[in-house]
Ligand binder design. Structure first.
Ligand SMILES: [Fe+2]
Length: 180
């Protein structure tokens, strides 16, 4: 039986995004991420496990600037709420689960200083499931030891200025990811 490959995924997502645009095509591509998560050889075919240190880019399409990145599989972690700058992203679990939280701003939406967030939704993303975040959506992730997940980004999030929230202190800060 043949498996859905990263190359097929990138070709399909290119067709969708070029045909419909990112926002209108995001749900269609989210379903394709779920197809990719069904590939039982994803790690062995695309990740050099000896060199793996917690994340690995396993695919990139130059035309649409879509990246496919494997994360996790080591110690669990928890992020603060953040957005992805101008990028849309899709998170899907390959193994284990991710506890996903979606947040919304209650204030005027400035980029630095006081910020108030409200939790909109908390849910678990299980193996084989993917969850999409459009430009501007705010989320945080929490995952246990050993959980591998795939992150698809439309654009290179790690070169962007994104917003990161500290809910205890009630503030938002610019996170210039190109300097991390
Ligand atoms: Fe994120």
């Amino acid at each position: 039986m043949s498996h859905y490959t990263v190359e097929q995924f990138l070709a399909d997502s290119r067709q969708t995004f070029q045909g419909k645009g990112v926002r209108a095509g995001l749900e269609e591509v989210r379903l394709k991420v779920e197809d990719l998560l069904e590939n039982p050889r994803l790690l062995e075919d695309y990740v050099d496990m000896e060199a793996y240190a917690g994340h690995s880019v396993i695919g990139h399409d130059a035309e649409t600037d879509v990246y496919v990145i494997v994360h996790g599989g080591r110690k669990g972690n928890k992020s603060s709420p953040h957005d992805h700058g101008p990028c849309s992203v899709i998170y899907g679990n390959y193994t284990g689960h991710t506890t996903m939280r979606r947040w919304k701003r209650l204030d005027d939406g400035g980029s630095e200083g006081a910020a108030q967030l409200e939790l909109v939704k908390k849910y678990d993303v299980h193996a084989g499931e993917a969850s999409a975040f459009a430009e501007g959506d705010i989320h945080s992730i929490e995952y246990p030891d050993g959980a591998y997940f795939v992150r698809v980004t439309i654009g290179d999030v790690e070169k962007q200025k994104t917003l990161r929230y500290d809910t205890d202190r009630g503030i938002v800060e610019i996170d210039d990811r190109s300097k991390n």
